[in-house]
Write a protein that binds this ligand. Structure first.
Ligand SMILES: NC(=O)C1=CN([C@@H]2O[C@H](COP(=O)(O)OP(=O)(O)OC[C@H]3O[C@@H](n4cnc5c(N)ncnc54)[C@H](O)[C@@H]3O)[C@@H](O)[C@H]2O)C=CC1
Ligand SMILES: O=C(CO)COP(=O)(O)O
Ligand SMILES: [Zn+2]
Length: 360
């Protein structure tokens, strides 16, 4: 059943009520894909399946999953950018096929699309990440691209997650490094949340905040291990992505894992579409956010470098000017979410922080 997980009941004695939705089965490891038929049976969801994937991933992992589902009624559907139009198109396909279950095989965009479609149609979905590139694999939030920038919407968390470390380890290292950067972003996301708590009175969840922070700390402690593209690295990063997603589910918002560095990343995506991976842009935003907070931004940069993630606009293939623009205009994204990027940064200060990124 889909729920508004921020629902507040106007009760006279106690005015809070929150549904925290979590995945039921989480299978991580070598050849985890082979468990998919058994997982579907265990979930007790019988009926037509919509197999959702990206153009690239459908040809590889998507095709393998289709093979494993042989004998069951399966309709396949490809997803592109995650916009409301695209969501509508997938919803129509699911309705037409009478789907009772979506299996989403791919990167963050495929999984977010499945989350929103399953929420809107009130059907279940299974998340099969093909890369450890983002921490949306388990969360109950989805990020949708609109003309006004990315919006974070309530969505359905997966009923099951199947993360095959063999598959994930064969994805390009760039994707794994991006996932690590998306986790390292938790450092500034938390600082921003605490700042907003102090300055605007925004409520914080200590549990969500602490889980988010510990997740980033464990990942950084293992930075050398995750600098390789092997199953050990995939295992470590998938667990971190899962944990970060759960922090978001506890909070009922992406706040524990998305602060000013994400607003910067979403603005950068608007200014230079498709140039950087989501996690890569967030990593750069984290260095900038930490600099603006007066924290150990060089420490963040060192961790990102050890993992093999980009740390300058040049690494990302964007100009310094575009980066400055993204710093200045990050506040336009989700203006209700107060962060260090919403404190009136001058152009001079934005130029200075972007120049600092190149300091040795
Ligand atoms: N809902 C949430 O809580 C969160 C949502 N997100 C969203 O997720 C998206 C970013 O996710 P990404 O995975 O970075 O982007 P993506 O879904 O665009 O995938 C990036 C690229 O990786 C390729 N790819 C995936 N698996 C591969 C494999 N095994 N081998 C070769 N190529 C492979 C895809 O084809 C694609 O070209 C953004 O839309 C972002 O807003 C990110 C974090 C959290
Ligand atoms: O990317 C996220 C956490 O890593 C969450 O997405 P939003 O920034 O769209 O809320
Ligand atoms: Zn993110």
């Amino acid at each position: 059943m889909n729920v508004d997980n921020n629902r507040i009941l106007k009760d006279k004695t106690f005015d809070k009520s929150r549904w925290m939705q979590m995945p039921r089965n989480v299978v991580v490891g070598h050849d985890a894909l082979l468990q998919i038929p058994g997982i579907i049976d265990d979930l007790g969801v019988a009926g037509p399946i919509l197999l959702l994937s990206g153009a690239t991933t459908m040809q590889t992992v998507g095709a393998r999953v289709a093979g494993l589902l042989e004998g069951r009624p399966v309709t396949t559907c490809l997803v592109g950018r995650i916009t409301y139009d695209e969501i509508q198109r997938v919803e129509d396909a699911a309705k037409e096929a009478g789907s009772v279950l979506i299996i989403a095989v791919g990167g963050g965009r495929v999984i977010d699309t499945a989350k929103v479609v399953s929420y809107n149609l009130d059907i279940q979905f299974v998340s099969v990440p093909t890369a450890a590139s983002h921490d949306g694999i388990a969360s109950s939030r989805a990020s949708v691209v609109t003309d006004a920038g990315n919006v974070s919407v309530a969505a359905q968390p997966p009923l099951a997650i199947v993360a095959d470390t063999g598959v994930i380890a064969t994805a390009p290292h760039r994707l794994l490094a991006a996932g690590c950067a998306d986790i390292i972003a938790n450092y500034t996301a938390i600082l921003d949340w605490e700042l907003s708590h102090r300055l605007t009175g925004e409520a914080i969840s200590e549990y969500a905040l602490t889980l988010s922070k510990i997740t980033a700390e464990i990942l950084v402690k293992n930075a050398d291990l995750v600098s390789h593209n092997d199953e050990t690295a995939a295992w470590i990063v998938v667990k971190a992505l899962f944990s970060s997603g759960i922090a978001m589910s506890i909070a009922g918002s992406s706040r524990p894992a998305s602060g000013g560095e994400h607003k910067f990343a979403h603005m950068l995506e608007r200014l230079a579409p498709g140039v950087a991976l989501h996690g890569e842009a967030c990593g750069l935003g984290t260095i900038i956010g930490m600099y603006l907070h007066g924290g150990d931004w060089k420490g963040i940069r060192t961790s990102l470098r050890r993992i093999g993630a980009p740390t300058t606009p040049k690494d990302l293939g964007i100009s310094n000017e575009t980066c400055v623009e993204a710093v200045l205009r990050a506040c336009e994204i989700r203006p209700e979410r107060f962060t260090i990027f919403d404190t009136g940064i001058t152009r001079e200060a934005a130029v200075a922080v972007v120049e600092a990124l190149y300091e040795v």
